[in-house]
Design a protein around this ligand. Structure first.
Ligand code: FES
Length: 75
């Protein structure tokens, strides 16, 4: 089922090649103080490279960051 979204899943998390986590579905996303920071969205992109200036969201900084997921055994 590579590259397919399971329509029966309530939430699907997809790893972008050398990029973000795409979270699709109805979720609750809270910051460290418990504030809702993204629950109204059906799709959010979360940073996994550490370079985003809008963490926890991806701001596409991974494209210019010296970060390679394959160095961590990931794609
Ligand atoms: S994964 Fe996109 S900015 Fe980190």
């Amino acid at each position: 089922m590579a590259n397919e979204i399971n329509k029966d899943a309530e939430v699907t998390i997809s790893i972008s090649k050398n990029g973000s986590y795409r979270v699709n579905g109805s979720i609750t996303l809270l910051d460290a103080e418990g504030n809702d920071i993204g629950s109204e969205k059906e799709t959010v992109f979360l940073c996994r490279c550490g370079a985003s200036k809008k963490k926890p969201f991806c701001d596409a900084s991974h494209k210019n960051a010296d970060w390679d997921a394959s160095l961590f055994g990931q794609s």
